[in-house]
Design a protein around this ligand. Structure first.
Ligand code: AHZ
Length: 310
């Protein structure tokens, strides 16, 4: 049972926590019963360093050849990761997120308000990840957008076949010539760097990147902005697509349907989802309704599943 600390906690010399129903907490017993004699297990600093570096570099080694790279850990990217990793626990999925904190624009609702709106049937994704909501008829409301994002993120991070590399930027795509295919190239992985390095290519020389090979890249980098629409813009600049459509104005009804329906493999080896698609296709934006981001993720994952089935 959860213990709610009362004023007793603040009483000097008190070693017990009283819950609302008056029962004594067992929590302190687990920590030795007395704060005066409390001590953590001893450690040498190098153990901490090695615990982190060994795992990080083992992960870099493991995921240098991935089955899928998801670029961007916003609401669409993480919905994609959840759906795909759950359906195919055998696939090795790397998520590359430029920001230190994953989640993209999904920590708050509209105009930085807390509540998050999803139009139906977006609530089915909330049911799947067990996020509670208020049912308002044609739409549902999650009491805090951060509840949605933190729940989704924790479910994805707990999956053994997923590794999130945050503070890491995709700064190019790996390509192979494919003259027989539309666009003439196949995407076969991503070029990465620590974001702090990416931000300083102009004032430092010789900071070459790293790479991840993967037969499938799923790009969900959001609409244009400091890092947004990365793959759409790069595909245009390398001539793999003829032009960028450019995101249109806000129209919730048409925008959400279009983003979900059009989440697809846009060039061989690269699936695109979420608001990045609006820049590619010239689709409307939807503003602060998030059902399309979840279901675009489901559609992108489904497209990925069909790639692995063929
Ligand atoms: O940091 C970016 C963010 O977390 C990350 N990202 C962008 N470029 C990257 C790169 N390498 C690695 N080159 C990169 N990571 O991608 C994430 C995109 O998340 P987002 O929340 O911006 O996009 P989304 O499509 O998942 O969700 C869009 C949410 C919006 S915007 C909108 C509107 O403006 O009308 N409405 C909704 C629902």
């Amino acid at each position: 049972t959860m213990t709610v600390p009362t004023k007793n906690l603040a009483l000097k010399g008190s070693n017990t926590t009283t819950s609302v129903d008056g029962s004594q907490s067992k929590l302190l017993d687990q920590f030795g019963g007395k704060w005066d004699s409390f001590a953590f297990d001893p450690i040498r600093e190098s153990q901490v360093s090695r615990a982190m570096t060994r795992r990080y570099f083992a992960d870099l080694d493991t995921y240098a050849e991935s089955d899928v790279v998801i670029v961007g850990a916003g609401s669409c990217g993480l919905s994609t990761a959840y759906t795909l990793a759950k359906a195919r626990p055998d696939l090795k999925i790397a998520i590359i997120e430029a920001s230190v904190s994953p989640g993209g624009g999904c920590w708050l609702g509209g105009q930085l308000f807390s509540a998050m709106v999803l139009r139906k049937p977006g609530q089915k994704f909330l049911d799947e990840i067990e996020v509670p909501y208020e049912d308002e008829g044609n739409y549902v409301v999650v009491k805090h957008a951060a509840l949605f994002m933190s729940t989704l993120m924790s479910k994805v991070l707990m999956m053994p076949n997923v590794k999130l590399f945050n503070a890491t930027c995709v700064e190019d795509l790996i390509t192979r010539p494919a003259p027989e295919l539309p666009g003439g190239v196949r995407i076969t992985g991503v070029v990465t760097n620590w974001t702090l390095v990416t931000l300083h290519h102009d004032d430092h020389s010789c900071m070459d990147p790293n790479t991840i090979n993967a037969p499938l890249v799923i790009s969900t980098t959001g609409h244009d902005g400091p890092f947004g629409a990365f793959s759409a813009k790069r595909l245009a600049s390398m001539g793999a697509i003829t032009k960028l459509g450019g995101m249109r104005g806000l129209d919730m009804n048409s925008a959400e349907d279009a983003i979900v329906k059009n989440s697809r493999e846009v060039v061989p080896g690269l699936i695109m989802g979420g608001m990045e698609l609006s820049e590619l296709d010239g689709a409307n934006r939807m503003g602060p309704t998030f059902g399309a981001m979840c279901l675009s993720g489901v559609k992108a994952a489904e497209e990925a599943l069909s790639v692995f089935e063929t």
